[in-house]
Design a protein around this ligand. Structure first.
Ligand code: GLN
Length: 304
């Protein structure tokens, strides 16, 4: 079977399974989405671009943005970055405060909220016009110049962002946040509100399958070594306390978000994005996980 057929068949199969997930209701605006939406898109290095279902409908990418903000911070700070944030799986939920206290405000990794808040602080200190510069970076990486933030979603999250405020202030009390907490949180919520569709997402992440070079114009975004490290982090930390499970069942580096999106990368081959808004108990898309598990099984494309 070829890849298109596998994607299409699995799309039809998983679309009809009972969706046992729930919407991320802790961010009120994320409930205003058609919970039956389901899309998937794959982009390969040998120029296959194929999508099924709602792959052209944009959605809130939420924590998937943490990979892109990390990439931008890594380009800026280089290895110094790892003094401010660790590279170890947390084994706790994405918004947990527990380890931060005992580990002196150094977040376990850049993909839990605490780590992404530190990365947001780094960007805030180093960019002239942080919201615009970050968006320009993403647009330049993507073929779609219409990608943008959702002010509604950012505002909705800000209104109820008590845990993120607690994380940011706790980290600041240890001296690992340079800017004002309110400014860091405003930037973090804005980053999380970025919207795009599955096609944009799989195109955008393709440079991580291509040794750090964009595919169309071979612009170097990261060095080969940095690219390897971002993929390694997605493999070990991309799904919070379900990262082991994703590695076990899917076997690709990837990243999820509470908007129901998941993107996964097969180095030297492809990037694939799935979106289905209802989440499992760990905050990862229920049907997205199921789809990717069956996809790597059928196409024999786990990296292991
Ligand atoms: N913006 C969300 C939050 O901070 C992102 C969480 C996620 O996607 N896992 O809670």
């Amino acid at each position: 079977m070829d890849i298109k057929e596998i994607v299409q068949d699995l799309y039809l199969k998983i679309k009809d399974i009972e969706d046992k997930g729930n919407l991320a209701s802790y961010i009120p605006e994320l409930e205003n989405v058609d919970s039956t939406s389901f899309g998937v898109h794959i982009s390969t290095l040998d120029n296959l671009n194929f999508g099924a279902g709602n792959y052209q409908d944009k959605f809130s990418i939420q924590s998937i943005v943490k990979v892109l903000s990390l990439v931008m911070a890594y380009r800026t700070l280089g290895e110094e970055l790892w003094k401010r944030v660790g590279v170890e799986a947390s084994g706790f939920s994405f918004n947990s405060l527990i380890q931060l206290e005992v580990e002196n405000g150094i977040p376990r990794n850049p993909f839990i909220n605490a780590g992404a808040i530190v990365v947001a602080d780094i960007l805030l200190s180093n960019l002239k016009d942080p919201k615009k510069d970050f968006l320009d970076f993403v647009k330049n990486l993507s073929n779609n110049k219409n990608i943008g933030y959702s002010n509604k979603i950012a505002a909705s999250e800000k209104e109820v962002g008590y845990r993120n405020a607690a994380l940011c202030n706790l980290i600041k009390s240890f001296g690992n946040i340079e800017n004002k907490s309110a400014d860091v949180l405003d930037f973090y919520f804005t980053l999380c509100s970025l919207e795009m569709n599955c096609e944009d997402l799989s195109n955008l992440f393709l440079f991580l399958a291509n040794d750090g070079y964009t595919v169309d114009d071979r612009k170097q975004i990261l060095t080969r070594s940095q690219t390897k490290r971002i993929n390694a982090l997605m493999q070990s930390c991309g799904f919070y306390d379900e990262s082991g499970e994703f590695t076990f069942k899917v076997g690709l580096p990837g990243k999820s978000g509470v908007g129901g999106g998941i993107v996964a990368v097969h180095p030297s081959q492809f990037a694939i994005a799935v979106w289905s808004p209802k989440l499992n108990k760990k905050g990862n898309s229920y049907r997205g996980m199921r789809f990717l598990e069956e996809f790597t099984t059928k196409s024999e494309s786990s990296i292991f």
